[in-house]
Design a binder for this molecule. Sequence first.
Ligand code: ATP
Length: 321
Amino acid sequence: MATSPLSAATHRWEADPILTVEHLFMRFGGLVAVNDLSFNVGRGDITALIGPNGAGKTTVFNCITGFYKPSEGRLALAHNRAPTPDELATVTAIGERALVGTDAAVYLLERMPDYRVSGEAKVARTFQNIRLFTGMTVLENLMVAQHNALMTASGFSLKGLFGLPGWNSAARAATEKAKFWLEKVELLDRADDPAGDLPYGAQRRLEIARAMCSDPILLCLDEPAAGLNPRESLELNTLLRMIRAEHGTSILLIEHDMSVVMEISDHVVVLDYGTKIADGTPEAVRNDPRVIAAYLGVDEDAVEEVEAEIDEIEAQSGATS
Ligand SMILES: Nc1ncnc2c1ncn2[C@@H]1O[C@H](COP(=O)(O)OP(=O)(O)OP(=O)(O)O)[C@@H](O)[C@H]1O
């Protein structure tokens, strides 16, 4: 993986973005669910997209992962290194969905259907409501996730039925990868059980394992901590840190659980009514009066009041330290 030299003052999402969202709009009839949204996801970062209910977070995920075609905007995903302005201008102008070079590639996700976003651009996602094949075994769920690789190995023919070597080795590799991820999410001993029999927290981990079986470079998780107890939330933090550290996978997550967001994120982007109201480190965002106002549900006039209160609290804590 190419890395950029980072000075202490530079954030990864500025110096080496893996995803650049520019002027994204999503309209449903008269409703503007996402309104001129721009932000970067840093390569190797854990980035959280947060905001009150109905702020537009899932809609942003649906645009990134090809489930929705955005009304306007550019979503550039960069493999290996960020594209130069020239490369970005070229791929935009020629109307192609990607510019693939020998050392790097850039994909314009707004031009791609969901199966290409996952298969070619290598973006995987999980959903707010768990979507496992509950009647299949835990292992089978991870094999299905590798369907594309196995189909390619089969030459889209009957090679698999005749046990030809290419297909056999691909099937072996898929089983090994599935077992690897089952071990990482501590579900190897449940491999042969129906996925629907797993407790809720384990099903959430299985979803993440399934997404990782497609070797994503960007993993998008929609509320991974929803419904987890505090111990399971801590285990989730450990799992996501491991995925980032050992696999270099960048992670973008939507999350309401602030203990997860503040604990593991490098970067937090805050939406309210489809508009970005804050973008920075967890510390900066936590103390941002607009964020506090949005979460407390106070109107704009009250923001200055909240700001003054924060200033006062900070002045007091500064005086006592
Ligand atoms: N397919 C759709 N058709 C019409 N309106 C939609 C559609 N999808 C989302 N919306 C609307 O867009 C707005 C943003 O919804 P979205 O689900 O993206 O918010 P969210 O921030 O993910 O909310 P939550 O935290 O509750 O999941 C809401 O007003 C929602 O009703």
